[in-house]
Design a protein around this ligand. Structure first.
Ligand code: SAM
Length: 193
């Protein structure tokens, strides 16, 4: 068990570990410094596939560097593209997907994920998600546009049909209103019924 529950990404990775099998295809929609991409690449093993997206060249360069350093770059496809376009690049069913919204730490804070493209990306990923597949998000509200994005994500996800999706949310309740929180979605089954 992750000892630091203040680390949401670490917490979410532990939720994903038992749900990802070797050989799976998975997605990182916000590769950033590549830490989640690395986790996913290790989880799917040498015969799996990770598609990782970012709109910043510097983020993808850092992700590539980390993957090469760890010897897992061979199973990762890096896309310099808006994650709203995920369906253009990924056609196979996916077992798991990660979104870590907001801006890249240590870089230009004006480049952040945006409500409209995040919701489009979510739509695309849910279409690709396999039955029993899981999608996790970390949501921030502190930066400009963060509240609007969080609201749009919430609106989209609360309207998902309960027969097909389980949608859970978790947040710190002792740390003020602007702390990040997580959302976990599982596709219970692939079709309406
Ligand atoms: C919080 S950081 C991700 C951190 C990353 N998960 C890690 O482990 O280092 C958010 C990233 O989303 C990227 N981003 C912003 N808008 C995007 C979009 N429309 N499509 C893809 N990536 C985007 C930013 O460039 C930034 O690198």
């Amino acid at each position: 068990m992750n000892e630091r529950l203040q680390d949401i990404q670490g917490f979410l990775r532990e939720i994903l570990v038992p749900r990802i099998e070797r050989g799976d295809t998975v997605l990182d929609l916000t590769s950033g410094l590549g830490r989640d991409t690395l986790f996913l690449a290790q989880a799917v093993g040498p015969h799996g596939r990770v598609h990782a997206f970012d709109i910043q060249v510097a983020a993808l360069a850092e992700t590539r560097r980390l993957l090469e350093e760890e010897g897992v770059a061979d199973r990762v496809v890096l896309h310099e593209a808006d994650h709203a376009r995920v369906r253009e690049f990924v056609t196979e069913p996916v077992k798991a997907a990660m979104f870590n919204l907001g801006y890249l730490p240590g870089s230009d804070h004006s480049v952040t994920t945006q409500a409209r493209s995040t919701v489009r990306a979510l739509q695309g990923v849910l279409e690709l998600l396999m039955e029993k597949g899981v999608l996790v998000l970390t949501v921030y509200r502190g930066h400009p546009g963060g509240e609007e994005e969080a609201g749009a994500v919430e609106k989209f996800l609360t309207a998902l049909p309960r027969k097909i999706y389980s949608v859970l949310e978790g947040r710190y309740i002792n740390q003020g209103n602007n702390t990040p929180y997580w959302i976990l979605i599982q596709k219970k089954r692939g079709e309406l019924g």
